[in-house]
Design a protein around this ligand. Structure first.
Ligand SMILES: C[S@@+](CC[C@H](N)C(=O)[O-])C[C@H]1O[C@@H](n2cnc3c(N)ncnc32)[C@H](O)[C@@H]1O
Length: 432
């Protein structure tokens, strides 16, 4: 291979892309980015990769420092245009030590958040707006630096002290040890509003980011054609169990604007004023749906219901129960209680969909991001990401049967999948 020619080709592609990068649609951009990452990974040495991964926690902690010191706030709030400022002025406005201010600014320049002008003054780049409170980046920094960093700092010594035995109880693990609490992570969140709000917005933001598919995108059109009532058909019942702000429920409602019935969002605590939330189909969805536009444009309310999923499920015989990113938060015994509660409520025609990472059984197929999430589950919840056979075993133990694993495409790096589950003893229903 002519490596000099290859380098020239890559340089030309880089120049061409940077001149049109703002005009590329999101799907194409994501695909191109994935290809570039693969190209870059093919040249990175194993040592370089390890070293890059080792510094991740430093970045999250530094960005937290940037937020706490108010330096980004100066750019975003006090200089909302693209005014230039120097380090001394920032030090005056924040009351910070001048030398430390210079070092933090240097970090922001290296991070691509601030640029330095020819006169040596600083100006915020548009991405600085991603660091204001309420953005996904801001929320993620709050959760990662405030919770994940301390947990992972304690993980090795905690496991050593426990002879490398992983707790089988989500109420008694590393999280409780590190945060000096008896509460489960989710109960702790209820009592810590900034972290609670940041966590739920983060879930909502990550679920709706443009390169992620909603859970319905994993399931073949034929399943919905077969199992959903047509326009004007019988009332439909859907329960999103542990649904957070309801983003996955809303994705479903938007995709099927013709469906009428009860759309129920359950979580530990639900926003009191949220019961009026109404969803209409997007225009694109309405056009492709089973009924005329008017019917499909009628808003449909979401019923919000405070419900603890360890208690008996109050909605009996729903058409669909959804557990999205729930079971990976719980060790086996607690996951089985959650499943049993739904099993007790299901009728012969109910379907339970489980949306989670579902590893293939061979260890060689696990991607880096999947392994990172598995480590996160261990640290936060003493739980795990499961393989297909672990899920099948868990379901069988509580009288449920795995009918099918729906994946967007085989062999992609991200192993998220939807498990279609029925009550054991229910024969195969309709064509599927
Ligand atoms: C990882 S989030 C998943 C949220 C959402 N289903 C999604 O896919 O983005 C876990 C959710 O479970 C909820 N949860 C935790 N413990 C619960 C319990 N005992 N009963 C009901 N919901 C609970 C949390 O409040 C949180 O919204």
């Amino acid at each position: 291979m002519d490596l000099a020619a290859l380098k020239q080709t890559i340089d030309q592609a880089t120049a061409a892309l940077s001149s049109i990068s703002n005009d590329i649609d999101e799907h194409t951009r994501t695909e191109l980015h994935k290809s570039c990452q693969k190209l870059s990974a093919s040249l990175e040495t194993p040592d370089e990769r390890l070293l890059r991964n080792c510094s991740g926690y430093i970045e999250a902690t530094m960005i937290k420092l940037v937020l706490d010191t108010g330096i980004v706030g100066v750019f975003n709030e006090q200089l909302p245009g693209d005014e230039e400022v120097d380090a001394r002025e920032i030090a005056q406005r924040t009351g910070l030590d001048y030398a430390l201010t210079g070092r933090i600014l240097r970090y922001l320049v290296a991070l691509g958040v601030v640029e330095v002008t020819a006169q040596g003054r600083c100006r915020a780049l548009p991405v600085a707006k991603s660091l204001v409170p309420g953005t996904v980046v801001h929320d993620t920094v709050l959760i990662v630096s405030g919770l994940y960093v301390p947990l992972f700092a304690h993980l090795p010594s905690y496991l050593r002290q426990n002879n490398y035995h992983v707790s089988e109880n989500g109420y008694n693990g590393l999280f409780q040890h590190t945060m000096k609490t008896d509460l489960h992570f989710f109960d702790w969140l209820q009592a810590h509003k900034p972290e609670h709000d940041a966590f739920h917005r983060m879930m909502e933001g990550s679920a709706s980011s443009k390169d992620k598919s909603a859970w319905t995108d994993y399931i073949g059109r034929e399943w919905f054609d077969c199992h959903l009532p047509s326009a004007g058909g019988k009332d439909f019942m859907f329960v999103d169990v542990g649904g957070s702000y309801g983003h996955e429920l809303q994705a479903f409602m938007r995709r099927f604007p013709h469906l009428r019935g009860r759309f129920i969002l359950q979580d530990l605590a639900v926003e009191k004023n949220g019961s009026q939330a109404e969803v209409v189909g997007d225009d694109a969805d309405v056009k492709g749906s089973k009924c005329d536009g008017e019917h499909c444009r009628q808003p449909r309310p979401i019923e919000k219901m405070a419900h603890n999923f360890f208690d008996p499920q109050p909605i009996l015989g729903a058409d669909i129960y959804l557990l999205a990113r729930i079971l990976h938060d719980w060790p086996d015994e607690q996951a089985k209680v959650i499943l049993r509660r739904i099993r007790e409520a299901m009728s012969g025609s109910s379907t339970l969909f489980i949306f989670d990472r579902v590893f293939s059984d061979g260890m060689e197929k696990v991607s880096h991001i999947d392994a990172v999430y598995d480590a996160l589950m261990l640290a936060l919840f003493s739980s795990l990401e499961r393989s297909e056979s672990l899920f099948a075993g868990l379901l069988a133990e509580v009288g449920l049967r795995l009918v099918r694993v729906w994946r967007v495409s085989e062999g992609i790096a991200d192993s998220q999948a939807v498990l279609e589950v029925v009550r054991d003893g229910v024969l195969q229903r309709k064509a599927n």
